[in-house]
Structures are given as C-alpha cells and as structure tokens.
Design a binder for this molecule. Structure first.
Ligand SMILES: Cc1ncc(COP(=O)(O)O)c(C=O)c1O
Length: 377
C-alpha cells in the first residue's frame, strides 16, 4: 500500500524550530511570552487590523468574540448553515439560539437573500439578532459587498469566521478584516498550523484587551488571585506561537502552492462535464485551502464512489460539510433557506467532495488522484 495521501496535512517551513528554540533558551515555556506577542502583531499587521489575541483554538476566538458582543441566554445569533460545527457551537456555550442561514450558489457562503428573509422574519417577531457569524468556506470569501450593507442597516455586528481563509483576500482586503472580529484557526489541517490554536483580530484594541483578560482566567490586577468575572484558560502557549511565527513566513508560498494544486485539478477535469468546481466570487483571491468539486445533478457518479475509490488507494478525501440545520444537535433551531423548498446548502452537501490539497503532495501523487477519479468516469 502506498504512503497515505492526506487531505491537508501540516507542512512545516523550517524556521519554526528557531522560534521554538528561542522559547526554550529563554525558558518561556508558558502560556504567553514574546512569541505570542510577536505572533499577534505579525498576523494582525498582515491582515491590516489593529491587533490580535492568540488563543488555544479558533473556536475559543469565536466564543470570546460572541461574549464580547454581549451574546447571552435567549439571544438569537445568525450563522452560515454551510460550515463546520465550531462556527456555531460557541453560540450555544452562551445559551443563545443559532439561526441558520442558507448558502448561495455563487459563493457557497451566506446567502444575502436568505439573510434578508431571516432578519425580516425575526424582526416581525420582535427579535433583533445580536450578532452574525459569517463563514468563509474552504478559503473563499463571502459576498461582503452584498452582506455588509444588510447587516449594517440592521445594526448586527459581524464575526467573520475566516478559520479556513487565512491568506485569502476580497477586493484586495484580507479575509478576516471585514467584521467587528475576524477569527483564524491554526488547527493541524489548516493552511498554516500551530498544531492547534486560533486568533481573533480586530480594530477595537479595548475589546482585544478584554478578550485577553477573559482568556487568562479573568485575573484581576493585584498580588493575590482575585476574580470578579468568569475566566477561561484559552491562551496560546509561547512554544506554539513560535511554530505560528515560523509558519507565517511561508504563508504566501503555501497559498501559491494550494492555488497551483487547484489549477492542476481544474485542467485535469476540464473535459469531464459532470465535474464542477466550487465557485469563487468576483474580487476573491482564494487561498484554495481545499479544492472542492461537485458532481452535476443526475450524474451517474456519486461523491461516495469517488471517496471510496480514493480510499481504496489509501488517499483521503471527504464529503463537504453537512449543513448545521440538518445536524441532530441543532434540530429545532430556526433556518432560513434561499429556496422555497429544500436549500442550496443541502443540495451542495449531496454533490460535493473535498480533494486532497496538501502543499507537500507531489505532482505524481496528484496525478494518481486525478487518474483514479478519471477512471470512474
Ligand atoms: C469554518 C471553521 N470554523 C471554525 C473552526 C474552528 O477552529 P479550531 O479547530 O481552531 O477550533 C474551523 C476548523 O477547525 C473551521 O473549519
């Protein structure tokens, strides 16, 4: 059996060890330290934001952003339905109610039409959503030119879940810089990784200061341990931030390599009418974190057939995210579809497959993936 080809495994750049070494040499083996401060500054500068707070995960970053926006028991929070559960789990941590919004066919991200439907229906019921979590799936930007005016008009602050979109831009601006908060993930499968970690970025430095305080157990100033608020142990360690600093230095290369992998797939499947690619809206320069294809409705080939064929050769691929409004845990939460019957997200779920997109995958490994898929057709 050949060596397993993973969907998107970690890919170290080489400089990570140097930053880790510095942490060891200075004995900053702690949550917090110079690598954490530098990682926050370096990434928020790149994103064009005033600052960032490095955390143990992207989920923690969403949680603290929601908390800062005052989300609490019984509040309603809008969230893209077509995403990973980490986008909406923190809404429930605060005992608020997720309101799921369909995707559109153009971006696969939050549908402006479904969003308008949701806001207007909730308003009729006397409900004003407290926040919106807008996701940028598989590295592709949401349609901010259309979404932000709707959300601004309704006075709803945005948390931009750019966990998968680090290094992507929309109209020249970094994904993660459009909302009150942008959040990134450095989980092992992301375009760069700290093995596990996340960051919230914002222009509101007071908000970041408060989030940093909550993330370090909400310890009030003073000699003894005094707590007047509930705290969390959410900070990133100085060792892991060292990995992050090394990884940031190769982010551009990683984006280029992911984009190359994506264009090779496009070229290779250009003559197969049943294969379509996840779209990218005008103005989006995607990091192409994962290349995602859909099979045309009515195709004789199913996503499972592709996933099974690749798995038979020790190659990992995956269905696209199962929409949140279809998850057993979120049954009963409100959902607004763009369609009168069914939903765009559900339709994409039935037809989508994520292809291996690791930046260390060789051309011959990618050719193997391509040949196996072509054989099915
Ligand atoms: C869309 C999305 N949101 C949030 C997260 C959560 O990030 P983390 O795993 O760092 O908590 C992830 C990835 O894991 C994700 O893909």
């Amino acid at each position: 059996m050949n060596k397993r080809i993973y969907l998107s495994p970690p890919h170290m750049g080489g400089q990570e060890q140097q930053f880790i070494q510095e942490a060891f040499a200075s004995n900053w083996i702690a949550p917090l330290g110079p690598n954490v401060d530098a990682f926050e500054k370096e990434l928020s500068d790149m994103a064009g934001m005033a600052g960032g707070v490095a955390l143990s995960s992207g989920t923690a970053a969403i949680h603290l952003s929601l908390k800062y926006l005052g989300v609490g028991p019984g509040d309603h929070v809008l969230c893209s339905t077509f995403t990973f559960s980490a986008s909406c789990n923190p809404i429930v941590y605060e005992k608020a109610i997720p309101v799921f919004v369909d995707a559109d066919a153009e971006s696969w991200n939050m549908s402006p039409a479904a969003l308008e439907k949701a806001i207007s229906d909730l308003n009729k019921k006397g409900i004003k959503p407290k926040a919106a979590v807008v996701v940028e799936l598989y590295g592709r930007s949401a349609d901010y030119d259309r979404l932000l005016p709707i959300l601004d008009l309704a006075g709803i602050p945005v948390i931009e879940d750019a966990a998968e979109a680090l290094g992507s831009t929309y109209k020249g601006r970094w994904c993660g810089s459009f909302g009150r908060f942008g959040i990134f993930s450095f989980n092992g499968n992301k375009i760069i990784t700290t093995s596990g970690g996340g960051m919230a970025v914002a222009n509101d430095v007071d908000a970041l200061r408060t989030m940093r305080f909550w993330a370090s157990q909400s310890r009030d100033p003073g000699r003894h341990y005094e707590h007047s608020q509930i705290g969390y142990n959410y900070r990133m360690s100085n060792v892991l931030a060292g990995i992050g600093r090394g990884q940031l230095r190769v982010l551009r290369d990683r984006v280029q390599q992911k984009r190359k992998i994506h264009s090779r797939y496009r070229e290779a499947f250009g003559d197969i009418a049943d294969i379509e690619f996840m779209p990218c809206i005008d103005g989006c320069h995607s990091n192409d974190w994962l290349t995602v294809i859909t099979l045309k409705s009515g195709s004789a080939v199913s996503p499972d057939a592709i996933i099974d064929a690749l798995e038979g050769h020790n190659i990992e691929s995956r269905p696209v995210w199962k929409p949140m409004h279809l998850q057993p845990i979120f049954v009963g939460c409100p959902f607004y579809s763009q369609l009168d019957a069914g939903s765009i997200a559900e339709n994409l779920f039935k037809r989508g497959v994520c292809l291996p997109s690791g930046t260390q995958m060789t051309e011959s490994q990618q050719d193997q993936v391509i040949q196996l898929i072509r054989k099915i057709f």
